[in-house]
Design a protein around this ligand. Structure first.
Ligand code: AMP
Ligand code: MG
Length: 472
């Protein structure tokens, strides 16, 4: 069966990487039933050099709003789907390689990807999955000897992604805004029947809204900034999709912008929830011939509450709170204000708080080593801890139990940009040890890994808070 209704894809011919090397592949090879292929066979299939029975080679047609502006047709300019696999462990999964050359949707691009951006996407998707955040997964990272021109000349590379479907908000926008009514209908039917258990259109839209709200709430809870939340980068399944200039928050700043092309901060950390709703509105517009305007508006208006429920749930877990109480919203808001004032390293703060023993500031001695004045009695943190402690007492929280639970939700390691850069540097130099080692760490981010303690943060000032360009 084709991966999409007809209008939405074109058959393509991949351009294999030259003298390709398989730098790394994940355990998904096994789960996807590709375990019987040798690494060389896997490499040659993913590089477009060989075929396996039933595979397909297609790129899809989508449109989108980029930075708030209608951008017209975009499409998979450098991504080629090799088809789908039906598996015992993971159900239906599509395999898509990014960087195998030009497609009918490449516009002015070269269809290539460089190692830097491929490795970032490859590792971050796997890291996000390990953090429990819905995302596309990664199968393989490959590098070739061909040169790719960006700000500098770089080596060509590909990352292979895996997902039940890549359908984006932009696929619906493509049909709707180009007046393709029957094609839109076909896409809606296909999406509903294949990926939403045959739900009605309204039920499906409700689910998309809820999944989007949940995904963004979880991003906020780990300090993740996506950087390019254009409608063509939003998955209908609420999966984190298209990792570009993303960043994990280091020193907490709600207005942090991770993408330096985003001059106005449209996609700043604090804007992400609102952008989620704006994007949903762009999606819902495409359903205006299928659902009444009143129903669409009513549905959209439930987004803020859904988002807040997911966000509260995520922060309650981060704070080790078992019960839901009305004062929790205030406690969490004051926590975020305190963090913004204090500019603590976001990940390190929550990891440290996971060892807090109520009323005993000495349990935060490791935190004080990095932030010497943070616990003085007049500090924002000390004042917030008093409030937290009162809340803990209300539910009779037991330190040891809470701590164990919090250490399982507050990661010690996230893919900080400077860390990604280190891994990229050594991998470009032909050494894959760091890549393999960090893959393991990022797949178990709640474990201690004392051998790489320094990367748990906070990082020294010369490394912190780097932002990245879009050039990928
Ligand atoms: P992105 O910012 O990566 O989400 O890409 C936005 C659009 O540009 C998508 O339609 C991509 O397929 C396309 N694109 C990005 N980079 C390239 C490239 N090197 N060659 C062709 N198309 C590209
Ligand atoms: Mg994209």
């Amino acid at each position: 069966m084709p991966l999409f209704p007809l209008f939405f894809f074109e058959k393509v011919t991949p351009t294999p990487l030259k003298k390709v090397t398989l730098l790394h592949h994940t355990e998904l090879a096994k789960f996807l039933g590709l375990g019987s292929l040798t690494p060389h066979e896997l490499q040659s299939w993913l590089n477009g050099e060989s075929r396996i029975p039933g595979d397909q080679r297609i790129s899809t047609r989508y449109a989108g709003h980029q930075f708030g502006v209608w951008a017209g047709q975009l499409g998979d300019g450098r991504a080629i789907s090799l088809g789908e696999l039906i598996t015992h462990k993971m159900g239906r999964q599509e395999i898509q390689v990014k960087g195998l050359g030009m497609t009918p949707f490449s516009r002015r691009g070269d269809g290539k990807a460089v190692l830097r951006s491929s490795l970032r996407e490859y590792l971050c998707a796997e890291a996000m999955d390990a953090l429990g955040i819905p995302t596309t997964r990664s199968l393989a990272l490959m590098m070739g000897e061909g040169a790719v021109e960006r700000e500098e000349i770089e080596f060509e590379a590909t990352t292979t992604r895996v997902f039940p479907t890549q359908i984006r908000f932009g696929h619906f926008e493509m049909a709707f805004h180009f007046g393709k009514k029957s094609e839109l209908q076909a896409l809606v039917e296909y999406t509903r029947s294949q990926f939403f258990d045959g739900a009605s259109i309204e039920e499906m839209l409700h689910a998309v809204m809820d999944k989007t709200a949940r995904m963004i709430a979880l991003w906020q809870s780990v300090g993740f900034c996506h950087g390019v939340m254009n409608t063509d980068n939003l998955s209908i399944l609420g999966l984190t999709l298209d990792y570009g200039p993303f960043g994990f928050m280091e020193d907490f700043n709600p207005h942090h912008i991770c993408n330096h092309s985003d001059r106005e901060g449209r996609y700043a950390y604090s804007e992400q929830p609102r952008v989620g709703m704006w994007n949903l509105e762009r999606l819902f517009v495409c359903f205006s011939d299928l659902v009444t305007r009143e129903r669409l508006i009513a549905l959209l208006e439930t987004y803020p509450a859904r988002f807040q429920t997911h966000l509260l749930g995520a922060y309650r877990k981060k704070l080790g709170l078992q019960e839901e109480r009305p004062e929790d919203l205030g406690l969490i808001e004051s926590l975020l204000e305190m963090l913004a004032e204090s500019k603590f390293d976001y990940t390190f703060f929550f990891r440290s708080l996971s060892r807090y023993q109520a009323g005993r500031l000495e349990s935060l001695a490791g935190f004080r080593d990095h932030y010497p004045e943070s616990l003085e009695s007049s500090s924002f943190l000390a004042r917030w801890l008093t409030r937290y402690q009162e809340r803990l007492i209300l539910e009779g929280s037991v330190d040891s139990k809470r701590s164990a639970q919090m250490l399982g939700v507050n990661p010690k390691f996230v893919l900080r940009n400077p860390l990604a850069q280190e891994i990229i540097a050594s991998t470009s130099a032909g050494k894959t040890e760091a890549l393999s080692a960090w893959y393991q760490v990022l797949r178990s981010p709640f474990q201690e890994h004392p051998e790489v303690e320094t990367w748990a943060g906070p990082l020294p000032p010369n490394l912190k808070n780097r932002i990245l360009s879009c050039s990928s």
